[in-house]
Design a protein around this ligand. Structure first.
Ligand SMILES: [Zn+2]
Length: 416
């Protein structure tokens, strides 16, 4: 049997076509349940038709393109990712996963290889919550996991409700309203997502691709506050201050040192205060700030580490609050658990890389939804320059080919 290789000409053409059809000005605009996302779905569907794949679209618009396997009754493999983008995004975020699937399937067809089980390439709707503020719209909706209240969430730019957007596209909002399950986890043997890396690790290490160990979970104090007392900046001595800014800075500085300790102990952890405000109606250059609002975002591949750091944040807030004569109200955390990738799949994918390397995913992906419902799940990262969620995303097609080749190896070894 000749070696099965990805159809890179097809992949390069699809990336070009996508860019041509969905670039608006500098960046890519593939708006969720809008014209941009639909253009990407139309392109993939037309390609799948020309490849004679079986095509289905579920009630909320997820597109599935299937190459039949030898055992059609066996749980299938899904290779998926999303086709929407953030406003003024890059061409590769999400799309790389769908195109990797089509490119691998086309490679199998060219080599005359029928996989052991059905291989479905899935173009998932609405992964970017920048249009409708709902996490994992397409994949969560496919498993009946969404809160029906999300149908009233409005699109960030036009104000259109999600329900109206679904209707306008000819889809069935009832599936979300009734929590209907459109995909049965028991019928999925594996879910594999190829995605560009959205950080600098692979560029810095000089590696083309990596296997993902886990999608980091997140514990976020979304509405943390520090309450002190406003005062004149010139007249109040240090010991009589109730300075919310000084206390919050001390708190964040302490949490940075906690992060450093965990890092030195070899724990996976990232810590961010991405928002930090004083009240612009009450603050002034000549005032001691009486209140701050901030966000504390804790992420790790270990739920235990996240819990430990969140507990330390609460303890430190109490201690530093006393020290600075202020009161911290961190409030509740919104939590998304870590999604571990499947060990068997990881091993197989690693064997497909000439330079095997594993790393966690700091960003969320649809893969987390599949892992959550118990589907054996894996991810491959492709090196990408200039970060992500911006027009300058840059993925080399040779790196994409390395990852897609590893994906093909997995398809060939997958048992029925
Ligand atoms: Zn993405």
């Amino acid at each position: 049997m000749s070696k099965v290789t990805p159809d890179i000409r097809l992949a390069a053409d699809l990336f070009d076509q996508l860019s041509l059809r969905t670039r608006k000005g500098q960046g890519i605009v593939r708006d969720t349940y809008g014209a941009g996302e639909q253009a990407a779905h139309d392109l993939m569907r037309a390609t799948a038709e020309s490849m004679a794949l079986e095509i289905s679209v579920d009630a909320i618009g997820n597109l599935t393109m299937t190459l039949p396997g030898r055992d059609r009754a066996a749980p299938r493999i899904i290779i998926g990712s999303h086709l929407d983008s953030v406003p003024q995004g890059g061409n590769f975020d999400g799309a790389a996963g769908v195109i990797a699937g089509l490119s691998a399937v086309s490679g199998l067809q060219a080599a005359g290889v029928m996989p052991a089980v059905d291989v479905s390439v899935m173009a998932i709707r609405g992964e970017e919550s920048s249009w409708f503020d709902v996490s994992y719209l397409g994949s969560g909706g496919a498993f009946g996991l969404l809160d029906p209240a999300c149908l009233q969430v409005t699109r960030s730019d036009t104000g259109q409700t999600l329900e109206a957007a679904l209707l306008a596209c000819g889809f069935d909002a009832g599936a979300i309203r009734e929590g209907r399950r459109l995909l049965d986890p028991a019928q999925i043997g594996a879910y594999v997502e190829v995605h560009i890396e959205q950080g600098p690790t692979l560029v810095e290490l000089g590696l083309p691709a990596a296997v993902v160990t886990a999608v980091r979970g997140c514990q976020r104090f979304r509405n943390a506050r520090c309450l002190g007392r406003y005062g004149h900046s010139g007249t109040v001595s240090r010991l009589h201050r109730h300075d919310a800014v000084a206390a919050t800075v001390a708190f964040l500085h302490h949490m940075e040192s906690v992060w450093l300790c965990h890092e030195q102990a070899g724990d996976d952890l990232v810590f961010t205060a991405g928002e930090f405000y004083t009240d612009r109606l009450l603050h002034a250059p000549s005032k001691i700030a009486g209140e701050t609002r901030f966000v504390v975002d804790i992420r790790s591949t270990s739920d235990a580490t996240m819990r430990e750091v969140a507990a330390e944040a609460r303890a430190a807030a109490a201690r530093i609050g006393d020290e600075y004569r202020v009161r911290f109200e961190l409030g509740p955390t919104s939590d998304s658990p870590t999604a571990m990738m499947d060990a068997w799949l990881r091993t197989r994918l690693l064997r497909g890389l000439a330079e095997p390397f594993e790393m966690p995913s700091g960003a969320g992906h649809d893969a987390a939804t599949f892992a959550k419902v118990g589907v054996p799940t894996a991810m491959l990262f492709v090196r990408n320059e200039n970060g992500s969620h911006n027009p300058d995303e840059s993925m080399d097609i040779d790196d994409f080919s390395v990852a897609t080749q590893a994906l093909i190896q997995l398809l060939l070894e997958f048992p029925s």
